[in-house]
Design a protein around this ligand. Structure first.
Ligand code: NAD
Length: 428
């Protein structure tokens, strides 16, 4: 019998169910938090440069806002579905709660491949999305931030459309904007840096010095590039990076025994994190199949590309040397693969925690935008380090005390905070 297709929302719900069980949540709370509070589906007509019109689906899902206004990514990806967006929104509710920032969880997507659009078409699709979404978004309602294939420029076009519709400046309505247009220094680096801060803390616990550690990273976009950069600064040698080729079609692994340098490889990378094979070879990278990143003889693996990447079928390729898997991406590890990793003593730092640096810095960006007063980069990244380290220690303590995996511990902390907020408001 063929395996059922991967459904990230079913995975998110079953992870949540475990936490609800561990916390002994009452039936009404269990049911309420299991589904989003609100879902919006749009059809966005896009006029192409040749004058023809194509219609793209768009989604915004607002899972829960008991702890504060909704917050969450917006991706431009051809494989987006309502269930992917539901999962991302639910995970965001838990992420904001784990790092204890006063926001809820949302997510959105436009079903489109930006590789196939001109800049003018991409601008029109961004404005088209906002034309439909603007009435349900806002600094006090729900604030989008960039996710897959979304750039600061796209966020600025959407902000401009939002402000035109609402007839006022509202820089806190979106985050991930360009610096100088309400963007925060440090936001680009924040998710990847947050992942690496978690790895730093894990290596301390394990007793492995960063200068002796090797890593392999999947994804060289917003998250992956900056993870490689901070690994390098901390003395962790990244020997392999996987990404799509420059046309965004096939995944490849780019390996360099002497260590990947983020700036060097970024020179061969397009705006969507795709790497030009010939250019990388010219820079001395060995080009291997896309799944080779997982089979590297390293201490740390960082999936920072997509969901559903480490599965029952490929987990056997993970080498015995691996001690830590840090999920920069959302939902990259299937539960069966996680069990296999746990049985081998591998520490999996879950997406709720390892991928929370971006939303934490987006929160800082919102605060700065609302005040119209912007902090220096070191101040932003210093505050990020404080938040991420505190969250890591809290999750690790809970895991140890309650004999839970890091994922279950992160869920227990997050779900109890959100359930507590719903109760305190008198909703349940
Ligand atoms: P991005 O579009 O900037 O980069 C994605 C990278 O993954 C690119 O290098 C791309 O080539 C690569 N990739 C895509 N499909 C691949 C495949 N099949 N095999 C190998 N590589 C592949 O996206 P991003 O913003 O870096 O997001 C990456 C992941 O991190 C996603 O799961 C996203 O939801 C999550 N995330 C992003 C942020 C953020 O701040 N951007 C925050 C939290 C979580």
């Amino acid at each position: 019998m063929a395996a059922a297709p991967f459904n990230p929302f079913a995975m998110a719900q079953s992870q949540y169910d475990r936490a609800a069980e561990l916390l002994g949540l009452d039936a009404a709370t269990r049911e309420f938090l299991r589904d989003p509070m609100r879902e919006i589906v749009f059809s966005i007509p896009l006029r192409l440069d040749d004058g023809s019109v194509r219609v793209h689906k768009g989604f915004r899902v607002q899972h829960n806002d008991a702890r504060g206004p909704g917050k969450g990514g917006l991706r431009f990806h051809p494989l987006s579905t309502i269930d992917v967006v539901r999962a991302l929104a639910m995970w965001m509710t838990w992420k904001t709660a784990v790092v204890d920032i006063p926001l809820g969880g949302s997510a959105g997507a436009v079903v489109v491949d930006p590789h196939n659009l001109s800049a003018a078409e991409l601008e029109r699709v961004c404005r088209g999305f906002m034309r439909f979404a603007a009435r349900d978004l806002g600094p006090d309602v729900d604030v989008p931030e960039p996710d897959l294939m979304a750039s600061p420029q796209q966020m600025l076009w959407m902000l401009d459309e939002y402000e035109a519709i609402h007839r006022r400046r509202a820089p806190g309505a979106l985050t991930g904007k360009p610096v100088g247009f309400g963007g925060s220094l440090g936001r680009r680096e924040a998710t990847g840096f947050g992942t690496v801060i978690c790895v730093r803390e894990a290596l301390k616990e394990i007793g492995l010095a960063t200068r002796n550690a090797l890593a392999s990273v999947q994804g060289f976009g917003n998250v992956g590039q900056h993870a490689v950069r901070l690994f390098d600064e901390l003395g962790v040698k990244v020997i392999a990076v996987a990404a799509l080729d420059a046309r965004g079609r096939s995944p490849l692994t780019f390996r360099k025994e002497s260590g990947v340098k983020a700036d060097e490889l970024a020179a061969a990378t397009d705006g969507f994190g795709g790497i030009d094979r010939q250019e990388a070879e010219r820079l001395g990278y060995e080009v291997l199949p896309g799944d080779s990143w997982l089979a590297q003889d390293v201490d740390v693996l960082v999936p920072a590309a997509l969901e559903n990447q480490i599965t029952a079928e490929n987990v056997g390729a993970v080498q015995p040397r691996v001690r830590v898997v840090a999920e920069g991406a959302n939902g990259p590890t299937r539960p069966e693969a996680e069990q296999a990793l746990a049985a081998r003593g591998v520490l999996v730092i879950p997406d709720l925690l390892a991928g929370a640096g971006g939303v934490t810095c987006s929160y800082f960006e919102q605060v700065q935008s609302n005040m119209n007063y912007f902090w220096e980069r070191d101040e932003v990244l210093g505050k990020l380090d404080v938040k991420m380290t505190a969250a890591y220690i809290a999750v690790s303590d809970t895991a140890r005390k309650r004999k839970l995996s890091m994922r279950d511990a992160a869920y227990v902390i997050a779900v109890s905070r959100v359930a507590g907020a719903c109760k305190a408001r008198g909703w349940l």
